[in-house]
Design a protein around this ligand. Structure first.
Ligand code: ARG
Length: 269
């Protein structure tokens, strides 16, 4: 099958002030030092790779008091040019939401919804052609799913996350193209696994090693799939489906519990 990339627009935030000073997910160990020059180089590689693939990357100005800001995916969900702002579950990240909203206000986005319920943007929302998939259990409130459905007018499918290592939907599931996804079943409740099987019978199923390498934290442009390089088991199945995997090293950012997708918010116009 021939796969075509479509040009995308991404919002990213350099890890200039990235560090692990608190722990809000099991990947974060504040006693482990972060090598900031390496983190910056890895992030720049990702940004440059997007640009070399023909995508547009916009950047947010990092705030010295917000060490997790590099995980820009969490700051909003943008579909059809409409912006659902984030509302963070943990006080450590709360101030990021307003910075994202300000960015959208100053970049010509007209339809911006300030959320009433906790949602961590694309951390817990994934957009397919037919649905918005929405994670809950660790961060985003189930009430945010109704809020997203009402705002976007697209069917929102709630999915229960059950493994604390996969605390955001984007650590356990990734949209490859259209209504094609890959995911790690054990991150979901039995009922949510059944829903995923019903909606996506042909999904690429990841194993525990690939999930543990955060291999599902991937970004696809319809052809190229940028993913953490340690998720080696996903390369062959992606190629078999006609995708071109692009392994990336974001090892320093993994110390914060994030990788490719967490660093990348897609602006869907
Ligand atoms: N340290 C961040 C947190 O726990 C990591 C966020 C990763 N982002 C993501 N989209 N999964 O909130």
């Amino acid at each position: 099958m021939r796969r075509d990339a479509t040009p995308r627009r991404y919002l990213m935030c350099p890890p200039a002030h990235f560090k692990v000073t608190y722990s809000i997910n099991p990947w974060m160990d504040p006693t482990k030092p972060v090598d900031l020059p390496i983190a910056n180089a890895q992030w720049e590689d990702l940004r440059d790779r997007y640009r070399s693939l023909g995508h547009t990357v916009e950047t947010l100005t990092p705030d010295p008091g917000l060490p997790d800001m590099v995980f820009a995916a969490n700051g909003a969900l943008v579909v059809d040019g409409r912006v659902l702002g984030a509302r963070f579950a943990h006080p450590e990240r709360a101030a990021e939401a307003e910075i994202h909203l300000d960015w959208f206000r100053s970049h010509g986005f007209q339809e911006i919804h300030e959320p009433s319920h906790v949602n961590e943007g694309e951390g817990d929302f994934a957009v397919t052609t037919s649905y918005i998939l929405a994670g809950r259990g660790f961060r985003s409130s189930p009430l945010s799913h109704d809020e997203a459905q009402e705002f976007f007018g697209r069917p929102v499918i709630g999915l229960d996350l059950v493994d604390p290592r996969y605390y955001h939907l984007d650590t356990a599931l990734s949209v490859l193209d259209g209504d094609e996804v890959m995911y790690y079943p054990a991150a979901f409740s039995p009922g949510s696994q059944a829903v995923l099987r019903r909606l996506f019978p042909d999904a690429l199923i990841a194993d525990s090693d690939d999930a543990a390498a955060l291999g599902l934290n991937a970004v696809s442009d319809g052809r190229h799939v940028l993913l953490p390089q340690a998720a080696a088991g996903l390369l062959a199945p992606l190629r078999d489906r006609g995708f071109e995997p692009v392994p990336m090293d974001l090892g320093e950012l993994l110390k914060g519990g994030g990788s490719v997708k967490c660093c990348t918010q897609e602006l869907r116009m």
